[in-house]
Design a binder for this molecule. Sequence first.
Ligand code: SF4
Ligand code: SF4
Length: 181
Amino acid sequence: MSIETISLSGRKKLVSHKEMSFLERMYLLAIVKGMIITIKHLFTRKVTIQYPEVVRERSPVYRGQHQLKRDEQGRENCTACGLCALSCPAEAITMTAAERKPEEKHLYREEKYASIYEINMLRCIFCGLCEDACPKDAVYLTTSKELVASSYEREDFIYGKDKLVMPLDIAMKNAQLNNAN
Ligand code: SF4
Ligand code: SF4
């Protein structure tokens, strides 16, 4: 078999070099064919949606934006053990551990905490393995429908504690709800 006739995909078409007829040069048939395809699409079900006005229904196992949890006293759960970073297949998590000072007991639950905790959202594949690996119930993926905001700057996709740590008022509200139940 010559190299010209080999087609790995099986879709190879030989280019015809025969001269076009007058009718073919008018492209009328090609235009009509194209219009038929376009008109056909007007009557088929749309696969696109008008996001963000319309939000597609998510799967029950949908995993959205990460959050670093606080305990019922509003203290950060994370102890900077690094297991989430180790389990991350995309190597998206980095952190710096620090030792808690006596006057910081109301801020951090454990003696060690993450002074810096960052997730690179350009790398993250929202697999949830960090959540599974965490022994302190500190990081989890929320069901937030807001995905990572678009930006032209790479730095905007490095989410630090300012974006990841659960807001204190929400932590306190959750604690109140848990106590009431
Ligand atoms: S969700 Fe997956 S990819 Fe994203 S930070 Fe966690 S472990 Fe890494
Ligand atoms: S989020 Fe969990 S697994 Fe990751 S460093 Fe903090 S305590 Fe460890």
